[in-house]
Write a protein that binds this ligand. Structure first.
Ligand code: G6Q
Length: 549
């Protein structure tokens, strides 16, 4: 037993689970027509309807008790106070300072970081405006038309996701591209049709040592130098990093280095100068609106009581399914094409943060932690994996994200999109009984033997829980809110599971081994002291390389 599974709030929930696990939401909705009012919450234009969950009022009371007994509010307050809650790296977790739009100071180690945060934002503003207005030009005097962000993980995923989401705010003459994978195909396909004279590279790396990013940056620099000469680097390369020395060594003018700080975790860094590509492509004012949206969610999270706190409610529902129902998968399903990259972004945010197996004290946990996250945009996803959600043998908890309005006013498209959004959560909740399936087939005049044969196949168990988040429109503000909502949800779950959501040691081992294997692939070091599989694969690949190239 651990402190968590021993916690009376936890054991009470376990007993409660036994009482409610067989209840069907269809009946819960029949018994209580106020479920929507009782189980929905709003924050600055975003609505969370969590009534289609396998919960009663008592469930929510007990889950709130759990949050309180795990000191969720106190740890939240420690984060906002700049305390070193990232204990394994002994750092503050302070991305909320990057989007603090209030006059409140944000203190870390006795220093208010807001003057520095504002100074970097101003630098981002000036540079992005210069580029957008054509004042900053390439070495041959032509304005910039393409911004290539070279980064990986937290220095890539947030920026791609935000720019994909906010594509309708993009100008036709300034567009983004991304190079992240060390696979040369990514680099070469990205550069293939680019004009070096109108291309600006941003090397985005907190450490400026990440193997993939640095190799991609060097190859991009060679590509540029070959075409425009060495002098071009200072006009076509800028950097976002915490490592000034390495930026200078690379040959980037440190006047065009946009700094951030070690209290910003990689996957929480889109709000920092890592967002430079966002400011360049959609304009600094829009980037600021994104910060404002996140700040609005921060204020909601910081000040709302547990029972009305959107991120806390979503976190608790996740714990309810992961730890009491024993479901290990969570799907995120945005019904908006602009949000297609959102599930992928969340995979890193959630799975890197809460994919942990020891608690803060270093003891193995005796409960499950972060779930597997997957998802895709509706309605497309309905035509691929939704079958499993409706009738598969696994259970998956779900977030549906609906957007009331569209940037492209083709009314019929939007109506059908929203109808599908509503229909899915309803179908998943209600299901279809065998009697209903039989009656439906009979009404169509089907023969009885055919009905008997198909009845089980056409039955849907229902009782599949989902949250519905509804946004007015995909804007910089709502994207900011949405990201912050999920950041805090993940954080709250980490508090309850007593794990550190802000380190990522799991990423290290593979990185180290890759470095050791490189000389074995190149032949600088003989293939020895490897396990039989790695040795066999190494030899096989070396042979194929010789045969094909
Ligand atoms: C995120 C991780 C990781 C990181 C990348 C890139 O939280 O730490 O995804 O962002 O490894 O790191 P650099 O920005 O240092 O290149």
């Amino acid at each position: 037993m651990s402190a968590l599974t021993d916690n009376p709030a936890w054991t009470t929930l376990q007993a409660h689970y036994e009482d409610v696990k067989s209840l069907h939401m269809r009946d819960l909705f029949k018994q209580d027509t106020d479920r929507f009012e009782k189980f929905s919450v709003r924050s600055s234009g975003i609505l969370l309807d969590y009534s289609k969950n396998r919960i009663t009022e008592q469930t929510m009371t007990l889950l709130s008790d759990l949050a309180r007994s795990c000191h969720v509010e106190q740890v939240r307050d420690k984060m906002f106070a700049g305390e070193h809650i990232n204990s394994t790296e002994d750092r503050a977790v302070f991305h909320v300072a990057l989007r603090n739009r209030s006059e409140r100071p944000m203190m870390v180690d006795g220093v208010d970081v807001m003057p520095e945060v504002r100074a970097v934002l101003n630098k981002v503003r000036r540079f992005s405006e210069d580029v957008r207005k054509g004042h900053w030009r390439g070495v041959t005097g032509r304005p910039i038309k393409t911004v290539v962000n070279i980064g990986i993980g937290g220095s890539d995923l947030g920026v791609i996701m935000a720019l994909q989401s906010l594509r309708s705010y993009q100008r036709d003459d300034l567009s983004p591209r991304f190079i992240s994978n060390v696979d040369s195909s990514h680099l070469m396909e990205t550069l293939r049709d680019l004009d070096p004279e109108t291309t600006l590279f941003i090397v985005a790396s907190k450490t400026f040592t990440t193997q993939e990013t640095m190799l991609n940056a060097r190859s991009a620099r060679s590509w540029l130098v070959k075409r425009l000469g060495g002098e071009a680097v200072r006009k076509h390369f800028v950097a976002v990093s915490t490592n000034e020395e390495k930026v200078r060594d690379f040959g980037i003018d440190t006047d065009y280095m946009f700094p951030f700080w070690d209290w910003v975790g990689g996957r929480y860094s889109v709000w920092s100068a890592i967002g430079l590509a966002i400011a360049l492509v959609i304009g600094f004012d829009k980037f600021e609106e994104m910060l404002e949206g996140a700040h609005a969610m921060d204020e909601h999270f910081r000040t709302s009581p547990v029972e009305h706190n959107m991120p806390i409610i979503m976190a608790l529902l996740g714990v309810w399914y992961a730890n009491f129902f024993g479901w290990s998968t969570h799907a995120v399903l945005p019904y908006d094409q602009y949000l297609t990259r959102f599930p992928q972004y969340l995979q890193q945010l959630d799975m890197e943060s809460n994919g942990k197996r020891v608690d803060l004290q270093g003891r193995p946990v005796d409960y499950t932690t972060g779930p597997v996250i997957f998802g895709h945009a509706g309605t497309n996803a309905q035509h691929s994996f939704f079958q499993l959600l409706h009738q598969g043998s696994w259970n998956v908890s779900m977030d549906f994200i609906g957007v009331a309005n569209n940037h492209h006013p083709l009314r019929e498209h939007q109506t059908i999109l929203l109808s599908n959004f509503l229909a899915q959560t309803k179908a998943l909740m209600l299901g279809k009984t065998e009697e209903e399936a039989r009656a439906e087939m009979a009404a169509k005049g089907m023969a009885q033997n055919r009905i008997d044969k198909l009845a089980a196949h056409r039955t849907f168990p229902g009782n599949k829980p989902s949250n519905s988040l509804v946004l007015p429109l995909v804007t910089p503000f709502t994207v900011g809110q949405l990201l912050a909502l999920y950041e805090h949800k993940v954080f709250v779950q980490g508090i309850i599971w007593n794990i550190n959501s802000f380190d990522q040691w799991g990423v290290e081992l593979g990185k180290q081994l890759a470095k050791d294997l490189t000389p074995k692939l190149t032949g600088e070091v003989p293939i020895m002291d490897e396990d039989a599989s790695t040795e066999g694969l190494l030899k096989y690949m070396k042979r194929l390389k010789k045969e094909f190239i």
